[in-house]
Design a protein around this ligand. Structure first.
Ligand code: MEV
Length: 318
């Protein structure tokens, strides 16, 4: 018995951080995926293998995440536990995770791996609906950082271009992104989402008024971006992305390396560019013209890839 499922990477275009406080955000699924393969084992354990290493936990312990809170696969073990609780079927499983995008770089690897795991273990042991995959993945994300908005799990589950607010997911019409093409640049600096979210929280508590006005601006940028997408105005959309980067700088989640990559992309023909996700490291997302990709030597120090909007969210393979 073997079941395979995959989920896409994601990039937040507008509204990261403020989405945790109920502001709207827009994010896209990317054409990179993580695959989870599950098989039943007779060892009475959940065992996980990925590029992060190897973990094992006996079935009696999987429902108490305190017992494995420092495990790099804690959200995966907890995802498998969530499926077993939902389906009331408890059995040892081996889970293999294979990704064609990097972990810890703001592309939603933790959400994508939990979404793919839930769908894979779900189809191994029974059936789990997409909405249940989303719900269980948000629960698992709480082990990665305490207060996830749910946007990463939403995009990795449903795919496409998503407007997200207060836990509500709206997939945007395909006509809004027919000609949207991105270049993703990996800064090579690992980011820590939990630490960045805590830092932003502390900032919000110490400078309430400034935080409220940045949150207001973030919402305005998101609304204007929706309008620009509706008009197919890529130049304006790019401008708004770059303005969003400036806002995130003001929030204190950028650094010299990320600013330098944004600058290089803009100098080399991108419509706009910004850090994506928690910041402090991770990736830069830029909107580009498919026929005018920035020359590779401009960014030769960094790993890059291009992508359109990925239509497919989680897929369970037969
Ligand atoms: C992380 O990809 C996005 C943040 O807004 C956190 C969250 O929404 O849970 C920084």
């Amino acid at each position: 018995m073997r079941a395979v499922a995959s989920a896409p990477a994601k990039a937040i275009l507008f509204g990261e951080h403020f989405v945790v406080y109920g502001k709207p955000a827009v994010a896209t699924a990317l054409e990179r995926r993580v695959r989870a393969t599950s098989t039943i084992n007779g060892a009475g354990e959940v065992r996980v293998r990925s590029m992060l290493g190897y973990s094992r936990m006996d079935l009696g312990s999987i429902h108490d995440p305190n017992l494995y809170r420092d495990d790099p696969h804690r959200h995966i073990i907890f995802s498998a536990a969530g499926v077993m609780r939902l389906l009331e079927r408890y059995t040892g499983v081996d889970i293999l995770l294979e990704s064609d995008f990097p972990y810890g770089m703001g592309l939603g690897a933790s959400a994508a791996t939990s979404v793919a795991t839930i769908a894979s273990v779900g189809s191994l042991l029974g059936r789990v609906s997409r909405d249940e995959v989303f719900r269980l993945s948000v629960e698992a994300e709480r082990l990665v950082h305490r207060n996830p908005s749910g946007i990463d799990s939403a995009v990795c589950t449903y795919g496409g271009l998503v407007l997200f607010k207060d836990g509500r997911v709206e997939r945007l019409d395909k006509r809004m992104y027919i000609d949207m093409h991105f270049m993703v640049v990996n800064s090579g600096i690992m980011k820590d989402t939990g630490a960045m979210v805590m830092r932003v929280k502390a900032r919000g508590e110490s400078s309430r008024e400034e935080f409220a006005s940045l949150a207001e601006m973030s919402e305005q940028l998101t609304m204007q971006a929706l309008y620009a997408m509706g008009c197919g105005d890529r130049a304006r959309l790019g401008e708004l992305l770059t303005l969003n980067h400036g806002l995130l700088r003001r929030l204190g989640v950028s650094n010299g390396v990320l600013d330098g990559i944004v600058h290089a992309l803009l100098k080399n023909g991108a419509y706009g560019a910004k850090l994506t996700g928690a910041g402090g490291g991770g990736c830069i997302i830029s909107l580009i013209d498919r026929s005018r990709t920035p020359p590779p030597d401009a960014l030769s120090r960094y790993e890059t890839f291009t992508s359109g909007v990925e239509e497919q969210g989680v897929i369970t393979e037969a």
